[in-house]
Design a protein around this ligand. Structure first.
Ligand SMILES: Nc1nc2c(ncn2[C@@H]2O[C@H](COP(=O)(O)OP(=O)(O)OP(=O)(O)O)[C@@H](O)[C@H]2O)c(=O)[nH]1
Ligand SMILES: [Mg+2]
Length: 402
């Protein structure tokens, strides 16, 4: 079980650079459209405060890592080919690769906020392209993609459902199961789109409206306003924030990539999401490299607080996909597993997950023999809770079985 985050956007905005910075995997990036054809898949991390700090213990993470009290919890990241207007009609590389986003629970839409790439990703003068238009077109393409899935064989399916008295929601859910749409997603989308309950009465406009609502519940979005380091970006950012309904995070993917690579080689000390870095091996850095680092410090970190890449991931997973991190332990005194590893696992779970579901998540047997759970607090106190208790972000929890 894991969370999948999809990176989307038109060509040449920095999707692969963002991906490379977040996963440290070598991928192709270049200043022309359609550099990426096949999707890149990798592991990125969300950053959260590790309980080891508050508890004053030394942790031994197993499924994640902890650096200076910051827990980095893995999520799956997918970088797909650029999308151009009309992709749903087969333009550019078409939207076949949107199928790679089927299982994504949240999207990071990378936008060139400097406005220096046209609607198809060709370089143009900075400030020429209005970033908000990129957001509108991407919404439209995603909507058409979902509508296209719905329209396949619509008339026959609708008639059959009506004859056999199969509820519309059931038919729609089945149809959209492939893109990870749940029954409750379908119901809330039907309600919001105000569509007829009889599928034979749907117009094409109904399909479209419904598709839009499905996209809004099933593929929620964070905008990474990338290339924030370029002239004009700041003005564009303000307008973009006013015009769209999504969280907007200013990013400089290129800076993040440079910092992470330098940190990886031990040249600097830097953690993703940090607001500054420290040079460790000045003698190994060329003058150009030192200048580039200084540029990043002045123009990106000091101005924006961070490169934004970590923040975009965190907002996508925590704020938009609404996930929490929970730390199950077997020994509530040592905060360890049976092998004595302290705070070994950090689990990403949907907000509202109950203790019982966590128990099943760890093991079916543990779920079946669940007795009660103990929440361990940093001040040494304990709280005993039953199976219906909702877990909270950062909880350290011991499941007791009978
Ligand atoms: N100034 C600036 N340039 C950036 C930034 N991020 C990426 N770029 C540049 O933008 C160009 C496109 O980057 P890619 O990561 O290949 O873009 P992409 O969206 O994956 O492009 P396609 O695969 O063609 O769709 C490259 O020249 C990058 O170096 C940034 O934060 N600032
Ligand atoms: Mg790419």
């Amino acid at each position: 079980m894991g969370v999948q985050v999809g990176i989307v956007g038109k060509p040449n905005v920095g999707k692969s650079t963002f991906f490379a910075a977040a996963t440290l995997s070598p991928v192709e990036t270049a200043d022309y459209p359609f550099t990426t054809v096949d999707p890149n898949q990798g592991v990125a991390h969300v950053r959260t405060e590790c309980p080891c700090k508050a508890f004053g213990v030394e942790c031994q993470p197993r499924n994640s890592s902890c650096i200076d009290g910051n827990r980095f919890v893995p999520v799956e990241l997918i970088d797909v080919a650029g999308l151009v207007p009309g992709a749903h009609e087969g333009r550019g590389l078409g939207n076949k690769f949107l199928d790679d986003l089927r299982q994504a629970s949240v999207l990071i839409h990378v936008v060139d906020v400097s406005g220096s790439t046209d609607e198809e990703g060709r370089p143009c003068d900075p400030g020429t392209r209005e970033p908000a238009e990129d957001v509108r077109f991407l919404e439209r393409e995603l909507d058409e993609w979902i509508a296209g899935i719905l329209r396949r064989d619509w008339d026959r399916t609708a008639k059959r459902a009506s004859l056999e008295k199969i509820p519309a929601a059931e038919v729609l859910r089945e149809r959209l199961a492939g893109i990870g749409v749940s029954a409750s997603d379908v119901e809330s989308a039907m309600e919001r789109a105000e569509v007829p309950s009889d599928l034979t009465k749907w117009s094409d406009e109904d399909i479209r409206r419904f598709a839009r609502e499905v996209r809004r519940v099933n593929k929620p979005m964070v905008i990474a306003a990338n290339k924030i380091d370029v002239e004009c970006a700041e003005e564009n950012l303000k307008r973009l924030e006013e015009e769209v309904e999504y969280p907007v995070v200013p990013t400089c993917a290129e800076a993040e990539l440079a910092l992470r690579r330098a940190a990886d080689q031990g040249l600097i000390r830097y953690l993703p999401g940090d607001s500054d870095f420290e040079i460790l091996q000045e003698e190994k850095l060329s003058d150009e490299q030192l200048q580039a680092l200084e540029f990043i410090r002045e123009k990106v970190l000091k101005r924006w607080g961070s490169t934004g890449v970590q923040e975009a991931l965190n907002r996508a997973v925590f704020d938009v996909a609404k996930m929490i991190v929970v730390y199950p332990v077997e020994n509530e005194n040592k905060l360890s597993d049976s092998e004595g590893r302290v705070l070994p696992d950090a689990l990403l779970l949907p907000e509202g997950t109950m203790v019982r579901e966590l128990a099943y998540n760890i093991h079916t047997e543990i779920g079946e023999s669940f007795n009660r759970a103990i929440l361990v607090k940093p001040d040494g106190s304990r709280e005993v809770v039953g199976e219906d208790h909702e877990l909270e972000h950062g909880d350290v929890v011991k499941i007791q079985t009978s």
